[in-house]
Design a protein. Structure first.
Length: 498
């Protein structure tokens, strides 16, 4: 693996995950125990921390590198502020911790990865690398929870702030190294040089051979052509599927947001557990989530087993179902059962986030992903602001209400998402079938949801067919016209067998 690739996929995500999750171990507990802040202001302070993450994610839409550098630098300054200030003063403690939230650079790193692999012939490569990138983030979260709880328990706030300074300093150093390598590669990248005549001849020979293979099937040719021009056509617009995925990032963040905002104080007050134990519990949950996500999404065996349960994108619905179930189990008033629910929640949360990231990358052009990648994080962090504000307030009314709310909303959204995916897939299969002459069953056997989205996005006739069916449905249901069936475009009829 190249150094730049290691930085983007491994090192920077690891330090980002550690730095941004560390405050969840100490922030709420320290506000309540040390400063005796009431739950309303606890919610406001945690919401400010989450809002700072939204700011950096939004900024990354237009200037990813600058937002990455500025956010990490401000985060480092935040930990330094907490470390140097008087431990009895509330204002510098809150201000410093809120500043740490500006370290939210996940969307910037996702854009680095998407651009890095945009010219690869294997379109799935970027999706795989984004899975590995998120796995590195989760490993950083495990590191922060496991070490942070012990550090806070035995070295109090100064110890955890110093730990944060070290992590943020390494994160900033990693970014500087990546930035220097990026400057050097942009000047010497051989892809920017014109090929020699001999090289061009070889390329043409290979292209001619590939074209002969493609002519074996009109459907195969359509898929290959779509993959070839998908990232090159900047006129391709995002679909409602892209935007519904952005919303899904927010719903997925609802349960983990409540868990992180009230989880530590919940364990402390309801079960009388020390911060070191709380850190271990969160670390175990994060480690379990990392193991589940990596073993399922990054190994052939895991992906095959998941496919037997639910194929993409319905595997996302399966993960969301697990998240909703886990958070409701966590509400049961028994410490072992609560821990089991939290672990279940974190396992499916990490799995769901990985699957969502992969699907969004698969059905988005590089040009669209410049907006959609950060927008998913913006929605996610915005919902975290909501959970930060409402979590402590609901906890003050009844400690388990946040878990009930999160579980109910997640399960309702899962039902909506399943119906939306099923309807969309059925329409795209029908449109592709009409275009190629194959039956829907044959198209379904030879494509998947992401491939169907790519083919639809790159083929004007298929898009028009889907839009035409939408107009027909609208006419039948709202204008009172009696129409027996949607008009079918003429297509070349080919046998289903190749």
């Amino acid at each position: 693996m190249k150094v730049k690739e290691f930085l983007v996929i491994g090192m920077m995500p690891f330090f980002y995950g550690s730095a941004t999750r560390l405050p969840f171990i100490y922030f709420v507990i320290h506000l309540v125990d040390n400063f005796e802040v009431d739950m309303l202001w606890v919610g406001i302070y945690v919401a400010l921390y989450q809002a700072s993450r939204v700011v950096t994610s939004t900024f990354s839409i237009v200037l990813p590198k600058l937002s990455h550098f500025m956010g990490t630098s401000i985060g480092l300054a935040g930990f330094i502020t907490v470390y140097l200030s008087d431990n009895n003063l509330l204002t510098p403690f809150v201000a410093g911790t809120v500043m740490v939230g500006f370290s939210e650079c996940m969307s910037s790193m996702q854009k680095y990865a998407k651009v890095m692999y945009q010219n690869e012939s294997d379109r799935e490569l970027a999706s795989r690398k984004l899975r590995y990138q998120y796995a590195a983030v989760m490993l950083g979260v495990v590191f922060a929870f496991s070490v942070g709880g012990f550090v806070y328990q035995y070295k109090f706030i100064d110890g955890v702030a110093l730990f944060g300074i070290i992590v943020e300093a390494l994160a900033l150093a990693s970014f500087f190294l990546y930035f220097l390598l990026e400057l050097n590669s942009s000047a010497t990248d051989p892809n920017n040089l014109p090929p020699t005549s001999s090289t061009r001849s070889v390329v043409e020979d290979v292209a001619a051979f590939v074209n002969r293979i493609r002519t074996l099937s009109i459907l195969t040719k359509m898929v290959n052509d779509a993959n070839a021009k998908f990232d090159k056509d900047k006129a391709i617009a995002a679909t409602w599927v892209n935007w519904i995925m952005c919303i899904s990032f927010g719903i997925e963040a609802l349960t983990i947001g409540y868990n992180l905002s009230i989880g530590p104080i919940f364990m402390l007050n309801q079960f009388n557990r020390q911060t070191s134990i709380i850190g271990i519990m969160f670390a175990v949950g994060s480690a379990s989530g990392t193991l589940a996500a990596v073993s399922v999404t990054c190994t052939d065996t895991g992906r095959k087993r998941l496919k037997k349960i639910a194929d993409s994108p319905f595997d996302i619905c399966f993960a969301m179902l697990g998240i909703g179930t886990g958070v409701l189990v966590a509400a049961i008033p028994s410490f072992p059962v609560h821990v089991a629910g939290v672990i279940l929640l974190m396992c499916f949360n990490d799995l769901g986030a990985t699957l969502m990231t992969e699907l969004q990358a698969s059905i988005s052009t590089t040009n669209n992903y410049r907006l959609l990648g950060p927008m998913g994080q913006v929605v996610r962090r915005s919902l975290n602001v909501v959970t930060a504000l409402t979590g402590p307030l609901l906890f003050g009314v009844y400690p388990r209400i946040p878990y009930f709310v999160a579980g109910g909303v997640t399960l309702i959204w899962t039902t909506i998402l399943y119906g939306a995916f099923k309807s969309r897939f059925k329409k795209t299969l029908a449109a592709i079938g009409q275009k190629t002459g194959y039956s829907q069953e044959t198209v379904a056997q030879r494509t998947n949801f992401a491939t169907a989205e790519v083919v639809t996005a790159t083929n004007a006739d298929i898009r028009a067919n889907i839009d035409q069916n939408k107009e027909w449905w609208f006419t039948c249901h709202f204008k009172g016209r009696s129409v027996d069936a949607a008009p079918i475009k003429e297509s070349v009829q080919l046998p289903d067998n190749l």
